[in-house]
Write a protein of this length. Sequence first.
Length: 319
Amino acid sequence: LDRTGLILEIFSDRAATREGVLQVEMAALNYQRTRLVRAWTHLERQRGGLGFVGGPGETQIESDRRAIDDQLVRLRRQLDKVVKTRALHRAARAKVPYPIVALVGYTNAGKSTVFNRLTGADVMAKDMLFATLDPTMRSLVLPDGPEIILSDTVGFISDLPTELVAAFRATLEEVLAADIICHVRDISHAESEEQARNVREILTSLGVPKDTRSFEVWNKLDLLDDDRANAVRARAQRDPDVLAISAISGEGMDNLQAVIAEALQGAVREAELTLGFADGKKRAWLFAQEIVTDEKQTEEGFVVTVRWSSEQESQFHRI
Ligand SMILES: Nc1nc2c(ncn2[C@@H]2O[C@H](COP(=O)(O)OP(=O)(O)OP(=O)(O)O)[C@@H](O)[C@H]2O)c(=O)[nH]1
Ligand SMILES: [Mg+2]
C-alpha cells in the first residue's frame, strides 16, 4: 500500500456521512484507475520486447478503465445531489442568527476533545489520525455570551496526495461560512510550527476570507514541562490572538469561551427576519439602526434582511 492507498483506507474507515462515503469511493476509484495503468505497464514491461503495439493488454486496460469511468460518473451524480442538499441546509442555517465558530487544525491536535469539552457532545475523540472525517456541528450558549454553532472539522495533514484534495476540501466548506476560526494546535508536538504553517496554507487555499477573525488555540499545555508551559502562558498573555489551553486538564477553557464571546460582540452577520404587519415597532427599530440591506413584502408582512451585531440582535429580541 502506498501513502495514498493508506490514507484512503483510513478515510473509508472513518467516513460517516453519505457525502464522506461517496467522496472516498470516488477518490478510491480514481486511485485504482491510475494503478491500473501502472499495473499493466508493469506487466507489459515484464513480458518485454514482444514488439507489438496494442495487443490483449491494451484492450483489457481500455475496458477496465471504461468500467471505472462509468462508475465514477454515477458517483459524481450522486455526490452532486448530496452536495445540493447540503447547500440547502447551509442556506437554511445562514438564516439561523447564530454565529459559527469553526475548530480547525492539524490531525490529532485535539479539536474533537475541545469540541466535546465545550458542548458535552460525544464526538469520537481518539488518539489516531483522522478520527473525524466529516464536520460536526452543535449549538451551545457561551457563558454570559451569545448562542453559537461550534463546528468540529476533519484534521489537516501535510502533502495530502492531490487526488484526495477534493474529498478533503468538500468536508471543509463549512469553514468558509465561519464567523470565527479557532486554529487548534498541539503545542507539545515536535513539529507544531510546521503543522501550523501547513494549516494556514490550506486555509488560504480554501479561500477563507482574510478578515475572518481567527485565534490560535495552543492545546496540550499539560504535556509541557513547567518552564515551557510558563513560556507558552506568557506568550498567550502578550498576544491577544494566542490562547493557551489544555482540553484535558481544562486549563484556559473558560478564557477560550470568554474570548470567543468577546470577539463576537463586534462581529456583524447577516440574518433574514420575517415580520408580521403587527411588528411595526420592530421594523421601525431596524430601519432606525440602518442595518436593513433588503426588504420584501409578502401577504403576511415583511421579509427583512439585516446585517447586525449580536448586541443589536439581542436588543431587537427585547423590543
Ligand atoms: N494530554 C493531552 N492530550 C490531549 C489534549 N487534547 C487532546 N488530547 C488527546 O489527543 C488525541 C487527539 O485528540 P482529538 O480530539 O481526537 O484530536 P483531533 O484534532 O480531533 O484529531 P482528528 O479528528 O484526527 O483531526 C486524543 O488522544 C486526546 O485525548 C490535551 O489538552 N492534553
Ligand atoms: Mg477530531
